[in-house]
Design a protein around this ligand. Sequence first.
Ligand SMILES: Nc1ncnc2c1ncn2[C@@H]1O[C@H](COP(=O)(O)OP(=O)(O)OP(=O)(O)O)[C@@H](O)[C@H]1O
Length: 585
Amino acid sequence: MKSKPLFKEHLMNHKMQYVFGAVLLSISCLLQLVIPQLLGSFADLVQEGITAGQILSIALWIVVVGFLAAFFRSTGRIYLFRLARLLEKHIRKRLFMKWESLPSEYFGKQRIGDLMSHAVNDINIMREVGMMGVFSTIEATVLIGVAIAAMAGTVHIGLTLLVLLPLPALTYLAYRFRGEIEQRTTLVQEAVGQLTSRVQEFVAGIRVVKGYVQEQPEMNKFKEDNRNNLETNCKLNKSNSFFTAISSAIVGVSYLLSVVFGGLLVMRGSIGMGDFVAFNTYLTMLVAPVENLGKVINILQRGKAVDVRLRHILDTEPAVADAKDVHSVEEMRGAINVKGLTFHYPGQKRAALDNIHLNVPEGSSLAIVGKVGSGKTTLVNLLLRLYNPPRGTIVIDGHDIMDIPLRQLRESVGFVPQEHMLFSTTIGKNIAFHPGGYGQEHIQEAAKVAQVYDNIVEFPGKFDTSLGERGVSLSGGQRQRVSIARALIKEPAILVFDDSLSAVDAETEERILEGLKKAMKGRTTIITSHRLSAIRHADQIVVMDQGRIVERGDHASLMRRGGLYASTYNKQTMKTGMEGSLGYS
Ligand SMILES: Nc1ncnc2c1ncn2[C@@H]1O[C@H](COP(=O)(O)OP(=O)(O)OP(=O)(O)O)[C@@H](O)[C@H]1O
């Protein structure tokens, strides 16, 4: 279902609050319009010979009216701005919830800078719509409307019409600039996204940049993006300034007409001096709201463009989601059956997996080995339902994986991915990464099994040591093991290690797997690895090549067979032996 325009929806949901804010602001506007009348009376009295008491009385009225107008204006402002903050909070929450529901594939296609730009800049613009957009629209509408009525009703209808003549030009101008400002705003947002992505990539890849002496080319790319950002902003600024300047010029023409023709009317005696003063004070009061109208139109246009962009994200249907009638299954035990699984990535002709059959009994271990790109990660991703497998091709404990609620499925799997993402919080919290949290005892036990306990207790803060963004203060191997501890603490029915031990040497990998034996007991374990020595104890080993299983069996039977597995194993052990004798292992 398509979502409604975000601001409109917020307006409808908070109708009464907006009305109340508008009433407060309108009272302030009406009070402000009393001041020209007071000044008009003052001018008339001056001509007739004013007394000190009259001066004092008018001054007092101006102070009282000014004070009340300011009181209602600031109260209305506080009220309406609070609504705008609510709008900002609401959209940010919806956006984050939507992002959480989208598959990792979605994020693979997005630049981080663009996502950041949506989360920060776009939402700021929506807040501006709620703040200045609403506030200035109400103020401009009431002030302009009532001021014009007062000018026509109390001073001179002909002069009012004459002075207002240039204003339709402002409407035309707003119409003419509408598309241009909208288009340029989009370009500015894109330029900001590009710049943010560039900085993010530079920071994330700083070691590669330095290692390949790419500082200068990277600086050139940054300069180009920075220049583009400047240019797009200047163009937008030009449109805005041009628009504002012409708006002011139009208002200036109104002034000219008022002074010339108003002056003539005073000379002819058609209106009094007081009326002339009041008329020009009204006109002065019109200048700010009319000028603001330009800004408001600009904000509303930018808001419209952002609204469309944000709704485009909010309307994205997650490719992987629970079916409507999905029900929790009884306890997950971890018996996995894969039946004739063939899988194509969206838009790909070549099958990433081709007719895969597997039977992994509950509590047993399966190792998936094969060359780069042979389909190991794809198989694991489908088991976690990061993509949808064809119906009936993956069955866990007798249930088609498509009929198991995603939450239950993923809670039953302890997944250790290739990339070890750690969050910028303490090591303990990285391990206890679960809504309910875990006690210290659990955290320490998981760290021990993952062979990282000794490293952690050496840090000054032990488990309370804070990690920088992406866990930069830990070595690759330590990060991997913290990530393993995070999977183990869940005590899941199924453990999946997707080439997760590649950052440690062969000996450490074996030691970790040896240490994990206790944790693996009673759990179905799936390990993908390039290093065959590490997985040789698995109950079942499958060798993949170009999306197909080309060999299967246990280590001994595969070695006897003398195929791809045996030759790779022999090559690898020979290499490791050489490295060992050279002191590398
Ligand atoms: N998101 C994707 N979209 C399209 N094709 C993909 C995607 N991910 C992987 N592939 C392709 O699917 C095939 C299998 O990839 P997969 O990542 O499963 O291999 P792998 O055996 O895990 O490789 P590695 O050992 O390098 O991790 C490859 O040809 C790869 O290019």
